[in-house]
Design a protein. Sequence first.
Length: 204
Amino acid sequence: MARSSKPSKMELLILSSLIRQPMHGYEIKMELQYKHVRLWAKADHGHLYATLTRLEKGGQITGAEVGADRRRTFTISDSGRARLLKGLEDLGRAEDSTHFDIDLFLSSSFALPQARVISLLAERRDGLVRQHAEAVEIQAGMSPYVPAVARLIIEHRVEHLQRELAFLDRVSEALRAQASWAPTLGQERIGDFIERTGAALENK
């Protein structure tokens, strides 16, 4: 299978750690934990070692057993540096392509009873409140030890969760006030709807 030209999140995180200095796997994991990447990058630490293996096979990093403990230490290669820098260039200029799970849920929520949807949204809100409290706690704990850009990243996460809570409150209020509960198009066939309304379709 051809290798993707676009680095994964974990590849970018690993390569940006190794461009700073050679590290063994556990050091990289600690750095990712220090950065709280699960919180804002949705990067799973469980993919770390598989990604290291893939990067080494692809020649983006090299590994060697060094030191008294013979831990396998990884160094970024020239091709790894080029892959990281190209990935960052592309990421920096990219349009925002984030897709929110709540929007996917809402688009199909008619398949569930209205009361169940409202109940699920209440559960989701409880989870968001916990996530927000966690992010605020992390923000307070890490702020004295990180540069401005890292403080801004966690601040972005905190503000995002605040906006999601406000959005969820608006959604719940709107659904409670909705007298009828049906799919967006009702029972009308999509072709008939487009012909009748002339509604624009997404470009291919």
